[in-house]
Design a protein around this ligand. Sequence first.
Ligand SMILES: N[C@@H](CCC(=O)N[C@@H](CS)C(=O)NCC(=O)O)C(=O)O
Length: 217
Amino acid sequence: MADQGKLTLFSYWLSSCAYRIRIALNLKGLDYEYNAVDVLKGDQSDPDFERINPMKFVPALVDGDTVIADSFAIALYLEDKYPQNPLLPRDLKKKALNIQIASIVSSGIQPLLNLVVVSYIEQKLGSKEKDAWNIDQTNRVFTALEKLLKDCARKYATGDEIGLGDVFLAPQLYYVIKKLQMDMSNYPTLARLHAAYEEIPAFQAAVPENQPDAPSI
Ligand SMILES: N[C@@H](CCC(=O)N[C@@H](CS)C(=O)NCC(=O)O)C(=O)O
């Protein structure tokens, strides 16, 4: 196992992209310092943070003198540098499936629900249209994911081991189920996976409410 230097995660409690990385770090048993970037207040545009991620998004990870921004890149970096508790199976078919699921979440749905998009819709068309947009986009992608996962999911998305697909799916499911409170009756496999993730300590520790920058209730 590679020696662990100091890891710093730039995160926002509600960010689904940062949530993925919190899960990955926890699954790999890696300690990290949590550095909050309040994206609602605009901290992502601070010049100090812009030097870390010119895209002005969370998450970003600093590992010694290595700086990586973008959750997909960070997850693959962690997998290579810290191979314990692998997120990508050796079986090529399962590995491709995990990458496919992660890619559907990270490029097929999350960018369409990102702050920059939904605030634009809300500003131009109002909050009803924003909600309708969130629900339509989620239904479109969840319909596809449900079809894909129906045949390959077992305990977790691609089998009995947790994989990269689970790491990306869990935050999206959390957002849709807990925040949008969407009816999941058309997505029994996805609903079952959400319930399974809620039982895993590494996933529990990563949930938004358990982060240091979450508002206290
Ligand atoms: N592809 C990037 C997307 C990152 C991203 O969209 N982050 C969101 C939070 S989930 C963000 O920082 N939004 C702030 C904004 O839209 O200004 C990744 O996977 O890390």
